[in-house]
Design a protein around this ligand. Structure first.
Ligand code: HSE
Length: 393
């Protein structure tokens, strides 16, 4: 297999390393012919180029690995590669989440492969496992801790009492965070991963605005202290339920008892789970971010292309499942600053709630309410994003 690599950063260099160092006898026949980098200064190895046409117009290159991230020019490069009859493997969840149906259809028309195992769960073989489960079961629940950066932040703040900013810096230094880490912190990266996972399960391209999303930007030490008193750990949890042709998706901080597997997910690890009628619950744990685990997932896709893995069901994203926003509910911890107490409390008028003691702030826990109602009420309060922090409890 002759490979053209788009992007030689953290993930791309990992792919190059696994292949060029022959880390497995199975990749002996693979060769990274060219690797695209943005600037002349980045051209530090002979295989690197600044000229994309050296990759796209090279008939010897049959497979493109896209490891640049972002929507543009990744979208244009992926469509160009597929149109040129080249297989595409990508780790880029942002572009896959947005164009999954389009890329899948184009690849089929052109008779090539489009694969994206590394886009969700990093090194965890999640997409393949989900598709495998769907050979027998309808998947009715998807859940997971899908972001290494926020997981590192939460687990290190909990365990070592480090600050949010210190932990974020570590995640950036380790190559886990996105170029713009607000995508991690605000749940956007997880949303892309949940779009991909749910789209596969419902056989339809799920849209970003259908996913109720809260991140961890506003978490404070007082929240962690309260959660500790409950003997629980907080994780940024993504979830989709699928029932009777309807689906509902949410991403939000969520508490887990210390002995639940999700509570034990630390640092850059992810947990990805599904439920199907005959298989029951399946949970997969592994490194969800980082150079070699993510590169490993890309090389696994390359091996599947090379070996012609056809035993998985055909993907389709033209189904007619509907989004049902009120299918999910929960009890919520809502912590807010005294400055916004009037507005916030008024927005929750009529909701059964219990005040809780949190150091230096006000907080209550609601009775079970639809998640969409929580979002509507907080939005109607019109408070700043740093003024309120919510967690499902
Ligand atoms: N920024 C992502 C994370 C990288 O922290 O999980 C892997 O998708």
């Amino acid at each position: 297999m002759k490979i053209g690599l788009l992007g030689c950063g953290v993930v791309g260099s990992g792919v190059y390393e696994i292949i060029s160092q022959n880390m497995s006898p199975m990749v002996e026949d693979f060769e990274v012919v060219k690797g695209l980098v943005k600037t002349p200064e980045e051209k530090i190895l002979p295989y690197m180029t600044n000229d994309a046409s050296e990759i796209f117009d090279n008939p010897e290159i049959d497979t493109i690995v896209e490891a640049m991230g972002g929507i543009h020019p990744a979208y244009e490069f992926i469509t160009r590669a597929l149109n040129a009859g080249k297989n595409v493997v990508t780790a880029n969840k942002a572009v896959v989440a947005k164009h999954l149906n389009e890329f899948t259809t184009l690849a089929e028309v052109k008779g090539v492969k489009f694969m994206y195992e590394a886009s969700v769960g990093g090194g965890v073989p999640w997409i393949k496992s989900l598709r495998q489960a769907m050979r027998i079961d309808e998947v009715t629940h998807i859940g997971g801790v899908f972001n290494g950066t926020t997981n590192l932040i939460l687990s290190e703040m909990e365990e070592k009492g480090l600050s949010f900013d210190e932990c974020l810096k570590t995640a950036q230094k380790m190559g886990y965070a996105e170029a713009d880490p607000t995508a991690d912190i605000d749940g956007i990266d997880v949303r892309n991963k949940l779009i991909i996972s749910t789209s596969i399960a419902v056989k339809k391209q799920v849209q970003a605005e259908e996913i109720m999303t809260y991140g961890i930007r506003a978490i404070a030490p007082c929240d962690l202290k309260y959660f500790k008193s409950l003997n629980k750990h907080v994780r940024l949890y993504a979830e989709a339920v699928i029932e009777d042709g309807k689906y509902c998706c949410r991403i939000e901080p969520c508490l887990f008892d210390v002995d639940q597997p999700e509570a034990g997910i630390k640092l850059n690890y992810n947990i990805c789970s599904l439920y199907g009628k005959t298989i029951g619950t399946l949970k997969y744990i592994g490194q969800g971010a980082g150079k070699l685990p993510t590169a490993n997932a890309i090389v696994q896709d390359l091996l599947d292309i090379d070996g012609g893995n056809t035993a998985l069901p055909k993907l389709c994203f033209g189904g007619d499942a509907q989004c049902g926003m009120s299918m999910l509910e929960g009890c919520y911890y809502v912590r807010y600053s005294a400055d916004v107490a009037d507005k916030l409390e008024a927005a929750f008028d009529g909701v059964e709630k219990t005040a809780v003691e949190v150091e230096g702030a006000k907080a209550f826990v609601t009775a079970s309410i639809p998640t969409i109602s929580l979002h509507d009420r907080i939005e109607s309060a019109g408070v700043g994003v740093m003024d309120v922090f919510v967690t499902r409890i």
